[in-house]
Structures are given as structure tokens and as C-alpha cells.
Design a protein around this ligand. Structure first.
Ligand SMILES: *Cc1c(COP(=O)(O)O)cnc(C)c1O
Length: 396
């Protein structure tokens, strides 16, 4: 087993050397000002990455799932009505979490491969004359299907229905790699984690609360202790946590924000789009289709690739690992066995992407799929060659 190959699961992502060093810290006194000097710039950095001037950012020792729980338990009460769409494994899990917290979830069953149905949301919100729906949940990037949803359209649906519900967005696999605009889209809670666009090890739930979400905290009655943002806010005011903070990860988060912001968010998004477009060119050359059903839904952070009917896509993932020491993502839930996933988010270059495309090709050929060696690589190379000069200029 080698650790030299880049990783192509859609998170955790490749960790740049400098980020690994930042996380690897000697123990410090986490109640001292030294910790405050890492914490506050990290929180400010996240705010900028969220494109927000008003959000309050909270970072918990947890993962994205803990971020979902932070969002709902701090703002809602048992029996509150929530509107969501189920179009992949992650939206499914957030809905399931709401139900287990005794929330009343109306969810729109949406084909896996489609995005959040903003038009259906508008109808449902318009019909909710009594404004009983408290929160609308949306998964910005469905990592299971490689589908990007239009969050601005969800905001327009809320506005068109003149509905006051809060908008909570799962941006775990989009924030820091695809365009995300918390303030402009009127997002009330943005949820992410450390191990995807931020290029860090897993271990942090990162959330931003809008002023409107902060108001909801005062009346929410769902039980919360570990994830209570009021305790966290009190801790931050004293340069600390209500418990022991994950100091190394916070140091890493500070550096990660610095790197993303100094590359420039628009350049980060353009880099992801360029790499993703190369992967999509390869998929086309293989004669395969993405799970995402239309180009405007294509995710720039992960591609879920449909395999021919009757072929078990999991074989690709296990063969790649056993034979070439390379990790791709399996299909989850309803698309298990039907797709395999190439994650292309975080710290990645065109050259790294080519290695993944090349191995995927070898694997499919080994397994007897009708793939011509070099076909996908050539298509991606063509795309990367054509776009290299412009990308270099932008980065400079
Ligand atoms: C990775 C991911 C999560 C969170 O998963 P954790 O394992 O809890 O970090 C949530 N939503 C999406 C869309 C994701 O990609």
C-alpha cells in the first residue's frame, strides 16, 4: 500500500504538506491568548470563505453531520415543520436526522441525479398560508450523485412565496471549492466540515449563522448541550471553548482560509471547474454518462459516473484499490453499484486528475468494460492543454 497516490474519494480530500504541518502542533494552553490568536482569524477567514459580512461562525469538534445537528437543534422545537428535498444520500440523512429530532419534515421525493426542485418548493411555500414551515433545507452539492443545486433559485422561491422560513444549506462538499454566497443567497445557516474544500483532516463541523438564525436560537426548545452555540459564543468571547478545543485543526483552519483567500475564491472555483471539466471530458470519451442529468447540475467537486447496466460499479472501486492503490468513491444508497465517483475537490492539479483518470481507465479495461486505453486521458489532456495558459494567467 502506497501513500503516494492522490486520493479520489470525494472527501476527505488530499491534505497539502503545509496543512499537515499546521495541524501537527505541540500542546499549548488552550485557555491562553495564544489560542485566541489562532481562533479569531480562523473564524474571520471562514466568514470570508462563506462570502458573508454578517454571519456568526462556530466551529465544533465534529464533522459535517454535527453541523446539521448544530443547525437544527439551535433553532427549532419539537414538532416544527421543515421542508426538504430527498435527492441523494446526504439530503436523505439530514431529513432522517430531523425526523429523529421529532421535527415534522415534508420532503419532496426527487430523482437521484436531479437538483433541489425550487419550483415545487415555491408551490408548497405559497400553499403554506399560515407560515408553519419554519425551515427549508437544501443540499448545495449532493456528493452521492454529483449534483449541484441552485441555491439562489431556492431563495427566489422563498421570496416569491413571501415566506419567512429560514434557509439552511449543506455546503459540506461545495464551500471552498464551488461558488457559495451566504449573504447574497440569503442563507440563514451554512454547514460545512474541515475535510473537503478546506483540505484538512476530518474533525471540525463549521457553521455560519445569519442574524435571523441567531434570533431563532432564543426560542428554540430542542435539547442541545455539546452543540449549543450560546455556550460556544461565551467561550469565544474568552478566547476559548466551553470544552477542550481541537487546537491543531483550528490552526490548520486558519492557514486553510489564508490559502484559499490568497489564491482568490474565484480562482479556486475556476480551478475546480477546469479540473472537473477535464474529468467530464474523459467520461464522455469513455462513452459513459454522469448521474447528474443535465449540464447545469454538474458538480465541480465530484463526478458520479454511471456504469453499463448489469455491471457492479463497486468492482471498479475495489479493483482500483487492490491493484493500483488508488481510492475512488463507491455509489451510496439508491445508486449503490450503479455509479462510481471521482472526487475532484480540495488540493488538486490537472496532473493529479490525469493520474486518476488514467487509473480509472486501466481498471475498467481490466474488468472487461469496452474502454479504449488513453481515450479519457486524451480528452482530458486536450481540455487541460487548451485551458492551461488562461489558468496560469489567472493564478499569477
Ligand atoms: C461529507 C458530507 C457531509 C458530512 O459528512 P461527515 O462525514 O459528517 O463529515 C454532509 N453533507 C455532504 C453533502 C457531504 O458531502
Amino acid at each position: 500500500m502506497t501513500s503516494q497516490n492522490p486520493i479520489f474519494i470525494p472527501g476527505p480530500t488530499n491534505i497539502p504538506e503545509e496543512m499537515r504541518k499546521a495541524v501537527d502542533m505541540p500542546t499549548i494552553d488552550h485557555r491562553s491568548p495564544v489560542f485566541g490568536r489562532m481562533l479569531h482569524p480562523a473564524l474571520e477567514g471562514v466568514k470570508k470563505v462563506l462570502k458573508s459580512t454578517q454571519a456568526q461562525v462556530f466551529v465544533f469538534p465534529s464533522t459535517g453531520t454535527g453541523g446539521w445537528e448544530t443547525a437544527i437543534t439551535n433553532t427549532l422545537s419539537p414538532g416544527d415543520k421543515v421542508l426538504a428535498a430527498r435527492n441523494g444520500m446526504f439530503s436523505h440523512r439530514w431529513i432522517d436526522m430531523c425526523q429523529r429530532h421529532a421535527l415534522d419534515v415534508t420532503f419532496v421525493e426527487t430523482p437521484w441525479g436531479e437538483g433541489v426542485p425550487a419550483d415545487r418548493f415555491e408551490e408548497i411555500l405559497t400553499a403554506d398560508k399560515g407560515h408553519e414551515i419554519r425551515v427549508v433545507l437544501a443540499t448545495h452539492n449532493e456528493t452521492a450523485t454529483g449534483v449541484k443545486s441552485d441555491i439562489a433559485a431556492v431563495r427566489r422561491a422563498l421570496d416569491a412565496a413571501k415566506h419567512p422560513a429560514l434557509l439552511f444549506v449543506d455546503g459540506v462538499s461545495s464551500i471552498g471549492s464551488m461558488d457559495f454566497r451566504m449573504d447574497e443567497w440569503g442563507v440563514d445557516i451554512a454547514v460545512t466540515g474541515s475535510q473537503k474544500g478546506f483540505m484538512l483532516p476530518p474533525g471540525l463541523a463549521i457553521v455560519g449563522f445569519s442574524p435571523k438564525a441567531m434570533e431563532a436560537v432564543e426560542t428554540a426548545r430542542l435539547p442541545r448541550t455539546f452543540f449549543d452555540i450560546r455556550d460556544m459564543a461565551t467561550g469565544y468571547a474568552r478566547n476559548g471553548y466551553p470544552y477542550t478545543p481541537p487546537v491543531g485543526l483550528i490552526n490548520g483552519l486558519n492557514l486553510s482560509c489564508e490559502r484559499l483567500l490568497s489564491e482568490g475564491l474565484e480562482n479556486v472555483f475556476a480551478r475546480h471547474n477546469r479540473i472537473a471539466s477535464g474529468v467530464r471530458a474523459a467520461v464522455g470519451a469513455w462513452g459513459l454518462k454522469l448521474c447528474a442529468v443535465r449540464p447545469e447540475l454538474y458538480s465541480d467537486s465530484v463526478s458520479a459516473i454511471r456504469v453499463p447496466e448489469g455491471f457492479d460499479a463497486n468492482r471498479i472501486v475495489s479493483h482500483a484499490l487492490e491493484t493500483y492503490d488508488m481510492a475512488f468513491g463507491t455509489g451510496l444508497g439508491e445508486v449503490a453499484g450503479k455509479v462510481f465517483r471521482i472526487g475532484h475537490l480540495g488540493s488538486l492539479t490537472d496532473a493529479m486528475a490525469l493520474s486518476g483518470i488514467s487509473v480509472a481507465e486501466m481498471v475498467m479495461a481490466d474488468l472487461g468494460l469496452p474502454i479504449k486505453l488513453g481515450s479519457g486521458v486524451a480528452a482530458a489532456q486536450e481540455h487541460y492543454r487548451q485551458t492551461a495558459a488562461a489558468a496560469q494567467k489567472k493564478a499569477a
